[in-house]
Design a binder for this molecule. Structure first.
Ligand SMILES: Nc1ncnc2c1ncn2[C@@H]1O[C@H](COP(=O)(O)OP(=O)(O)OP(=O)(O)O)[C@@H](O)[C@H]1O
Ligand SMILES: [Mg+2]
Length: 363
């Protein structure tokens, strides 16, 4: 496959959940617009970060990509072919997922050897006779000692269990791994180790990642490009460098201003505060979903919904800078970046910002 063609193309993906305990009759039941027309591409050997606050639909996107959830609309293309039911069955092994809590997905009564060898033998990757060598190779690949194979999941630390989950995801040599907040439950120092492991594996194996997180801290470190999601939609998508240098959507600006700054010289940049209530994804407003919290919102924003448009004029989806905002020119004037431009007076850090690791290159 040429590096101009995406490995995965997601087009207009939708997922709506009926609201539980809704007082409405089934026919009129209200829906949560968990994922509301999401499109993006992921290229071979690339990491696309997917960020946004809790409940904006990140995991629902991820779960649909690995078939854990049926879509209510949209299309997926993998290696140039539409992922219909039959094609998905053929490609299932190529699409793997790791989660925030590896404990929940590792059977506590089975040794690591059994967990890993069963998957490989079951999928025809190797024979029983070859499994021992294969398992040891996988464990080495994720930085675990060889004797780990004979142990049970509870004998490992949180970081080591995430390594086991990564080994399991790798066991079928996938082309794409959906990483759903894989480091957010770990201590800071361990977070950096797991991020570095994912990066190393990518450069060795050429695997692609969709890396999901709340904030931009760890995402910036690992992602080539970043998509920012707000209430079921992507509001901005650009290369990591471009997004941090030139964030155009006010919500991206708020997320960037919440990233802890490791360099003391650059501290003191005022934070862009995000005020106002998050609208419900059940009764989405008519206009821009961010308007209620946006410092630049006008009448038009409350009435009309802005589409994602390319502001870069780059060729191919890889080089585009997409943004959905009527006031991106105005927003640019007040941009918050790590280079120290000040945004809104009297602002404070967003809640949850401190959860992101301030990872340095080469940490
Ligand atoms: N199985 C489900 N049934 C009903 N509603 C659901 C279901 N799964 C998710 N939702 C709703 O869909 C929306 C998106 O949820 P999702 O878990 O994808 O968000 P998220 O961005 O991953 O959040 P977080 O950062 O907290 O993990 C939320 O409003 C959530 O309550
Ligand atoms: Mg989630």
């Amino acid at each position: 496959m040429s590096d101009r063609e995406p490995l995965l193309s997601v087009r207009n993906l939708k997922k709506y959940y009926p609201v539980k305990n809704s007082a409405f009759l089934a026919a009129n039941r209200k829906l949560v617009h968990a994922v509301d027309g999401v499109s993006f591409d992921i290229y071979e050997g690339e990491t696309l970060g997917l960020v946004g606050e809790s409940g904006c639909g990140k995991s629902t996107v991820g779960r649909q990509l690995v078939g854990m959830e049926q879509s209510d609309g949209g299309e997926l293309f993998f290696c140039g072919k539409m992922l219909d039911k039959a094609e998905f069955k053929r490609q299932r092994a190529q699409l793997q997922m790791i989660f925030q809590d590896p404990t929940a997905s590792l059977n506590p009564r089975r040794r690591i050897y059994d967990i890993l060898s069963d998957i490989m033998v079951g999928n025809g990757v190797c024979t029983r006779a070859e499994a021992k060598e294969r398992v040891n190779g996988l464990l080495k690949e994720v930085g675990l000692p060889e004797n780990s194979a004979e142990r049970y999941p509870h004998e490992f630390s949180g970081g080591q269990r995430q390594r086991i989950a990564i080994a399991r995801a790798l066991s079928l040599s996938p082309k794409l791994i959906i990483c759903d907040e894989p480091v957010s439950a770990l201590d800071m120092s361990i977070q950096a180790q797991i991020l570095n492991l994912l990066k190393e594996l990518q450069s060795r194996l050429g695997v692609s990642y969709l890396f999901i997180a709340h904030g931009l801290g760890s995402v910036r470190y690992i992602s080539h490009r970043i998509a920012v999601m707000y209430l079921g939609k992507i509001v901005e998508l650009a290369s990591s460098a471009e997004l941090f240098k030139n964030p155009r959507h006010p919500y991206s600006q708020a997320l960037i201003s919440a990233v802890p700054v490791a360099d003391p010289e650059k501290r003191g940049v005022k934070r862009m505060i995000t005020v106002g209530e998050v609208p419900s994804s059940i009764d989405l407003p008519e206009g821009c979903a961010y308007a209620a919290r946006c410092p630049y919102a006008t009448e038009r924003c409350r009435r009309e919904r802005p589409e994602l448009v390319d502001i870069n004029g780059g060729e191919g989806s890889r080089n585009k800078h997409l943004c959905a905002c009527f006031n991106m020119e105005v927003a640019r004037e007040g941009v918050a970046t790590h280079e120290g431009v000040i945004v809104h007076e009297g602002a404070s850090a967003r809640e949850g910002a401190a959860e992101e690791p301030a990872v340095k290159e080469g940490a």
